[in-house]
Each structure stands twice: as C-alpha cells, then as structure tokens.
Design a protein around this ligand. Structure first.
Ligand SMILES: [Zn+2]
Length: 262
C-alpha cells in the first residue's frame, strides 16, 4: 500500500479536480458502441456509422462492419488496416460493429526506458499509472526495432465467433519503423464490456503499415496518457445484438484473440 502520493497522482488529482466541469466532462468520456463480448460472440453487423461516432472523439480503435480489418482513429482520421496488409483512410459513411473512442488530451507524458518489449512495457506503464481504477487513452509515439501486428479478414453472415475467425488472421512484422500506438488501458472491472489491460493498434508514420498490436521492441518513444473519468456505452438495437448470448464468460476467448493466439 502506498503511503505517499507520488507526484504523478497529485498531478492527476489536481487535473481531475480542475477539469471536473460540464464542459470538460465530455472530453474525458470514453464513448463505446456495443461490447467486446458481443464482438467475441460474432456481432459484426454495422451498428453505427463513423460520422455518428466521430461526434464523440478523435482517438480510438475498433473494427469495421463484417469485421473487415482493424480500425485506427487518430487526430480525427479513421484508417482501415485490412487483412491483405493495405492501409487506407476511410470515409465517414463506413460503419462499425465495435469502437471505443475519446477526445484525446495529452494530460501526462512519460518516457519509457529504451529497449522494452511489449510485456516489459506493460509492466513498466502499469506501475506508472496513477490508479488502476480509471481508464486511460494511451498513445505511444516511437521508433520500433521491430513490431508484430495482425489484422482480421472480412466475414460474411452467418457470422462465426471471433475466436474462430481469428484463426484466419494475417500476421505482419516490420523492422526499424516509426509509428504510433493508439488505444486504451482499462481496469479489470470492465470485463465483458471492453478489454481489461492494454489494447493497442499500430499505425506507421508513413501510414502504410497498421494493425492490432501483438508485440514490439521499442527503440525509443514517448507515452502520452489521457485518463477518462466517464463512460458512455451505446447499446445497439440491432437484432443481432439483442439476440446474442452475452451471459457466458468469454475471458479465455478474449485473451486468445487479443494475444493473437486463437
Ligand atoms: Zn484490436
């Protein structure tokens, strides 16, 4: 148990108090369409258009209708990392079955030690988080000695569970590449709604490489955190969502899918 408030916590506490106004609260809210367990169950239907969700943030991740690749939202631009390795900017008319996003404010910057792999990075950053009970938007701008990521192929109905589909995912590896990791760290209590711990997507600086992050070797980088103190969950009134079996524990399937080892 910590008896002293580290300066980071004090910084966050003062920031949170200072920003606890109505005007700011929307910026510090994570907006989400559907739930991670619905996605795991195979609810890949178009549940919202990007134009609809972009009124709630400029930074986030998710996927596209039909599970057509990985979605990366940065600075208000949406990119699709398709399973064939192509990356393209997507129009607001494209739709999503699952997305998490927020307005990204660079509230805290951290300098990771050089040479970390993803596992060591997670341990390091979790120790730096002011509290394990908040959600953080996480941005990492870095030079990577190597990076592994994946994407998933577009599906046709009837949709299979994500763990089945992920067996057909495409793996990618790049070396000596500069890029940004975009995503979130969520507390364990979001289980079923979102991904506990880290969930990050990669987008290279040249916008030619992107996908769901599996591992990396970080040469050097800068971590920016934005704690989100609110959460807005949009539950779709689509019959695929309404009929999905969301009563089962999908933690094991989530772990396999997130790690890229279905
Ligand atoms: Zn992902």
């Amino acid at each position: 148990m910590r008896l002293f408030l580290p300066s980071a916590i004090f910084f966050f506490a003062t920031q949170l108090l200072a920003t606890a106004s109505v005007a700011q609260s929307d910026r510090d809210t994570l907006f989400q369409v559907s739930t991670i367990d619905a996605l795991l169950a195979g609810v890949y239907q178009p549940l919202a258009t990007l134009d609809e969700v972009l009124t709630h943030g400029d930074f986030g991740l998710g996927t596209f209708a039909g599970l057509d690749g990985e979605l990366i939202l940065v600075a208000g631009d949406i990119y699709q990392a398709a399973a064939d390795g192509t990356v393209r900017k997507m129009p607001g008319t494209a739709a999503t079955p699952f997305i998490s996003l927020t307005w990204f404010d660079a509230d805290e910057q951290l300098q990771p030690p050089p040479g970390l792999d993803y596992a060591a990075f997670k341990t390091w950053l979790e120790a730096e988080l002011p509290s394990p009970n908040l959600t953080y938007a996480v941005r990492v701008d870095g030079q990577f000695a190597s990076i592994h990521y994946r994407s998933v192929p577009a599906q046709e109905p009837p949709y299979r569970p994500l763990k089945e589909v992920a067996k057909e995912q495409t793996y990618f590896k790049r070396e000596k590449i500069a890029g940004t990791l975009i995503g979130f760290w969520c507390p364990s209590y979001v289980k079923g709604l979102n991904v506990p711990g880290f969930h990050l997507h990669f987008l290279s600086d040249d916008r030619a490489s992107a996908g769901h992050l599996l591992d990396f070797s970080l040469t050097k980088g800068k971590v920016t955190l934005d704690p989100t103190t609110g959460w807005t969950l949009e539950l779709p009134m689509d019959k695929a969502f309404l009929r999905a079996n969301l009563g089962t524990d999908r933690a094991e399937a989530l772990h396999a899918v997130e790690q890229g080892k279905p």
